[in-house]
Design a binder for this molecule. Structure first.
Ligand SMILES: [Zn+2]
Length: 88
């Protein structure tokens, strides 16, 4: 099974309005994207390691808005078999 984790940016306490807008936008996009990914991958299972859990991390990022981390997969083949694209 695949778990989807979302990592959000901390809300900036600075008065930099652009920075806090970027933070909010990235967090909202990451949350929304995580839902899409969750719905897409919930039926996926690695044929070689069906009982091993894998994790996709959706990371909110100020520069790239969303980053995807598939490092916590049971094997590279399975990670590669899951194609997730961030549409911009
Ligand atoms: Zn595997």
């Amino acid at each position: 099974m695949i778990r989807v984790e979302t990592r959000l940016l901390p809300n900036s306490s600075s008065k930099d309005i652009m920075s806090s807008i970027t933070t909010q936008a990235a967090n909202a996009a990451a949350k929304e994207f995580a839902k899409t990914v969750e719905a897409k991958v919930k039926t996926f299972k690695c044929e070689k390691h069906p009982s091993t859990g894998s994790t996709i991390r959706i990371i909110a990022d100020k520069k790239e808005i969303i980053k995807i981390d598939k490092n916590s997969f049971c094997c590279k083949e399975f990670a590669d078999s899951i194609q997730i694209n961030v549409k911009r």
